[in-house]
Design a protein around this ligand. Structure first.
Ligand code: DAH
Length: 332
């Protein structure tokens, strides 16, 4: 009986190795483990085994049975899990499971296109925090305490962060941080998020992005400012782009202007307002310890969403932040 069992095990395991489809696997099961199978066949031989050997042979019988069963289970899993399972034919015309590849957000893409343009004009990249204090967001920027821009309804003041903490409402804060930390002359841009409690609609959102520029040197003029904006417009919007400045007011520049750029929109050239600019106000230079008699400068701030929405024909700012991959995937 011992030999019979060993032979069944060896034979069974060897044959199982060659099996690759569900039908043959079932035949194997019937032949070896079935109720009239080879293992059952040898059972009656137990009667002729001498009494003292019975426990040992019984144990072996169990071991062989378990070995065959677990080998069968393993084979069953690999057969049903593989494409050679002919009982479940594969429909090769069925659409496959496609990979979902991510893509850069259109605002990230726009930022990454803007930075090198200014980089080629000699602007370094500066960073500042999104949680700011009133000194950097207002006071040093010559925005007086009673100015409406400082009111609670225009800003996200942060409870529990100290009386004067707020989410910055403009990237002009970084102008102050850069000038406090370095000596003139300097040329920097800074790109980042700003926050205002606006009601969301097609053109307003409570968070958006700005690119801020600052250049400080001796004898800087409005011509330098306009040339810089013009070079940017040409590089970003193409050879027909133009820049227009309209007189305006900002507390931190004097004189100040609104910046419009003339750009191709759906095949025709159009003027679009992108932000503000001006010559850095002497009060701002004094606030950071620069001598306004010696140093002059220009600054500008442009809305990134405005640039991206015009460039890509996006009609509603809210679409940018609804995280719909179908929409965002178009601008990869
Ligand atoms: N900080 C202004 C805003 O958010 C934009 C701006 C205007 C920035 C004039 C400037 C500037 O640097 O010179 O509306």
């Amino acid at each position: 009986m011992l030999e019979a069992l060993q032979e069944i095990q060896e034979d069974g395991l060897n044959r199982l190795k060659t099996i690759a489809d569900a039908d043959s696997l079932e035949q194997w099961r019937v032949e070896f483990l079935g109720s009239n199978g080879r293992l059952k066949d040898v059972m009656p031989m137990m009667r002729d085994v001498p009494k003292e050997q019975k426990p040992e042979i019984g144990k072996l019988l169990n071991q062989v049975k378990q070995a065959l069963e677990s080998a069968f289970e393993e084979a069953r899993q690999s057969v049903t899990g593989s494409s050679t399972d002919t009982s479940q034919p594969v429909d090769v015309t069925e659409p496959g499971t496609s990979f979902q590849t991510g893509c850069r957000h259109v605002i990230t893409r726009t930022i990454e296109e803007i930075i090198p343009i200014f980089g080629r004009m000699g602007f370094d990249l500066a960073h500042g925090p999104e949680v700011e204090d009133e000194w950097h967001n207002f006071i040093a920027l010559n925005i007086p305490a009673d100015h409406p821009a400082r009111s609670g309804s225009e800003n996200f003041y942060l409870a529990g962060e100290g009386a004067d903490r707020l989410l910055r409402s403009q990237t002009s804060t970084v102008q102050i941080r850069v000038m406090e930390q370095s000596e003139p002359p300097l040329k920097v841009i800074s790109v980042g998020r700003v926050y205002r409690p606006d009601t969301h609609d097609a053109t307003h959102y409570s968070m958006f992005h700005q690119v801020e520029g600052l250049a400080i040197d001796r004898n800087v003029t409005m011509v330098d400012l306009k040339t810089t904006l013009f070079q940017f417009a040409r590089a970003y919007f193409g050879p027909e782009a133009q820049v227009r400045m309209r007189p305006s007011f900002f507390p931190f520049t004097e004189p100040s202007a609104e910046v419009d750029m003339y750009m191709p929109i759906k095949g025709t050239m159009q003027w679009v307002e992108l932000g503000g600019c001006g010559m850095v106000d002497p009060n701002v230079l004094e606030a950071v310890g620069y001598d306004p008699e010696e140093w002059t400068g220009y600054a500008f701030g442009l809305g990134i969403e405005r640039i991206a929405m015009r460039k890509f024909g996006i009609a509603d700012i809210r679409w940018l932040y609804e995280n719909q991959s179908g929409f965002l995937g178009q601008f990869a």
